[in-house]
Design a protein around this ligand. Sequence first.
Ligand code: C5P
Length: 233
Amino acid sequence: APTRELAGRTVVISAGGTREPIDPVRFLGNRSSGKQGYALATVAARRGATVTLLAANTSLPAPAGVTVVPVSTALELQAAVEVAAKEADVVVMAAAVADFRPAHYADAKIKKTFGEPGSPEADAAPTIELVRNPDILAGLVESRGVGASPVIVGFAAETGDEQGDVLAHGRDKLARKGCDLLVVNEVGVDKTFGQDDNTVHILRLGSSHVVDAGPASKELVAAAVWDAVQEIL
Ligand code: C5P
């Protein structure tokens, strides 16, 4: 029988990428497929946890025994995380959250042509004003201790020419965000996003020790993340 190291634990995982609507047919989005978040949910359920997966715009089958809550925008994800975190022993923010959203939503599709056809402004391009989204992870860390105090895990997608750059950025980010663990992955157009394999470096707050996982399947990477979480629990 598998070891049920997370039996009796409640975990919340966000996965996928938020979409920030511009008008009824357009949005600002990102390349996150949700595969790493789903793998985290699959492994946690297998280890006996009660798992809630907050899924932002994913098209993957629900993992066995996992409660999937669909969300779309960063604000919807934030509301869902805040509710679910109250009961959680662990919160893992694997979702790619848009840092900005359009300041104004257009109720009707934005037209390609402005003013009168042939007029001077007809070929102009619109400007889409953006406003900042809240940093959900930072908010979780801030409100910790007011009631439940889950272990909080962040992800960091870093691009860098050298692995040293990627780790240095990761350490800065861990210190800034104040979460317990930061899972750093190197990203690029052909790396990580939508792929079945991943390579990560797991950093722990207050420790110089780094756990490297991969290149390996996203499930093996997920197992390494849960091993690190279990050391803290
Ligand atoms: O700062 P950066 O976006 O690289 O941090 C990534 C981590 O922060 C991820 O865990 C992501 O889920 C989380 N995040 C968030 N809210 C945002 C942006 C990122 O929770 N607005």
